[in-house]
Design a protein around this ligand. Structure first.
Ligand code: ADP
Ligand code: MG
Length: 238
């Protein structure tokens, strides 16, 4: 479960249109990456999918159900941001279980789901630590773990690695690729890093000024860019 369809989606902030008629089909289990220059609308598009922003025109379906007017909590998605705001006074275990706890889940269920997520992310040895005693990469994994316990239909990542140093970014890139394989979940991932896009994506969506320039596999974009913009963007070092 996790197919997502955008139909002629537009977003206006007042009189300014920032998303200009986006049609996109994301298959269940697909790893889709949004790339494009700063300000082109990547984060806005992700926020429209998550429900953090309202769609001005057009519609959104998840697994065939129209969720255009559905609040974020009704969409079954998990949003992972670059600023992994963990609660400093809580342990890793408590941080990961907090969402379920506030949703009123029974203790036993919380413990089981936290343990399962910790196993998948290899966080078991760290469960009793607090965020200040973790490395940047470990904190990022806890942030991802926190979303896994909610068992989302799809994960939405907004530049999750941009605060990490270069070596850790490469390591976390592999972690996320492995996670995608293990969970077999739909992932939509925003980055301005072409290498990240080319190595992680099943499908890359190239955006410019609120429009889709091209959608394709990394290979298709590399070998048959639709226009000069895509060619330059995919080909540029960063
Ligand atoms: P990206 O993530 O690709 O850098 P954004 O989606 O953040 O781009 O922004 C796209 C455009 O929408 C930018 O011009 C930005 O200034 C504008 N924008 C984003 N959020 C708001 C908002 N809440 N109010 C007004 N304009 C916004
Ligand atoms: Mg952004």
């Amino acid at each position: 479960m996790g197919a997502i369809t955008l139909n002629a989606v537009e977003k206006w902030f007042g009189s300014v249109q920032v998303i200009k008629g986006v049609d996109l089909e994301i298959a269940d289990g697909e790893f889709v990456i949004f790339v494009g220059p700063s300000g082109c609308g990547k984060s806005t598009l992700l926020r429209l999918i998550s429900g953090l922003e309202d769609i001005s025109r057009g519609s959104l379906t998840i697994d065939g159900k129209d969720v255009t007017a559905e609040p974020p909590s009704g969409r079954g998605l998990a949003m992972v941001f670059q600023s992994y705001a963990l609660y400093p006074h809580m342990t890793v275990r408590e941080n990961m279980g907090f969402g379920l706890k506030t949703a009123g889940a029974p203790k036993k269920e919380i413990a089981e789901k936290v343990n399962e997520a910790a196993r998948v992310l290899k966080l078991e040895p760290l469960l009793d630590r607090r965020p200040k005693d973790l490395s940047g990469g470990q904190r990022q994994r806890v942030a991802i773990g926190r979303s896994i316990v909610r068992q989302p239909t799809a994960f939405l990542f907004d530049e999750p690695l941009s605060n990490l140093d270069a070596a850790l970014r490469v390591e976390m890139r592999f972690e996320i690729a492995k996670l995608h394989q293990r969970l077999d979940a739909t992932m939509i991932y925003v980055t301005h890093d072409q290498v990240e896009a080319m190595t992680l994506a099943d499908k890359i969506v190239v955006l410019q000024a609120g429009r889709i320039e091209q959608v394709g596999t990394p290979r298709e974009l590399y070998e048959k860019p639709a226009n000069l913009f895509v060619a330059q963007f995919i080909g540029s070092p960063k």
